[in-house]
Design a protein around this ligand. Sequence first.
Ligand code: SD4
Length: 336
Amino acid sequence: MNNRREFLKVAGLAGVAATAARAAQAATATVRVVATWDFGAEASTVAWGKLGQGGSALDAVEAGARWAEADLCNSTVGHCGYPDRDGKLTLDASIMDGDLRCGGVGALEDIMHPVSVARAVMEKSPHVLLVGAGAQEFALQQGFVKTPLLTPQARQAWERWRKSSRQPPSRDRAHGDGTRAMPGGPERHDTLGILALDAQGRVAGACTTSGMAWKLHGRVGDSPIIGAGLYVDNEVGGATASGVGEEMIRNAASFLVVELMRQGHSPSEACRLAIARVVRRRPAASRNEQVCFLALNRRGEVGAFALHRGFVYAVRDAHNASVLQPARSVYRDVVI
Ligand code: SD4
């Protein structure tokens, strides 16, 4: 009994010390939000609306991701996303707080805001990841409304693709529409990954996508998988990914970037080293697919790196109104 009391006292003191350390860190860190791709500019502005008012990093990333999911111009995230090869729009999303609470949904159909369902998985279920019909059932129980999401434009694009596609199903991750764009590039597919650091020194992240267009029905990418498309730890910072999700999953990529930062690397060096790992282990695939990493550490420093040219990300803080930055890349000859 005494031992238990002693243990609780020590654990309590450790908790107080961690909070104090985070507060001291927060005093010198830069409150900031970063997000992938050009649409990340708008998403990070929306997220800043929460952060700039002293809101939590978690609320900020959810708000940014919700904006992207409802964006009527985006054929790669949420509502206007392109469907799978069966013509079904299936959505993947995750959310993670720096205290390691996290949630995700995979292959979710007909629910407008998968990131908020992911948050409900985190906060209202004992689990981390729900997929398919079960994820939808959970969402409906939580009060989300079933809404048919496939737009007429996305349906037409799918019908065009069906006529022209001759690629075998297991390899065909791309549009098959004759464009020379690379799998994972802006014309093939993009994901919103968003990371924020708040005034209390807390880091959070979210990741949301409709996945690779024309994917096999039932395919789940990296975005809802904690450690692959997203990983966040208050002790270090966070990382998110975009590109061909299979590469992120096999490399536990976002976790890898965070662990490299934990070892002392800056966010940009951590992203560069993680990309170098992909090139070293999968040299042939790395020439033909896009993989992009974005990271934010607990001091508010930002870094990114991609396999191929073309990856941009937005940075929003008290001094910058969603500036778009181009990421450095390994291969610079191909614009994707
Ligand atoms: C996926 N990573 O489902 C996502 C797609 C993406 O740029 O980000 N493409 O594999």
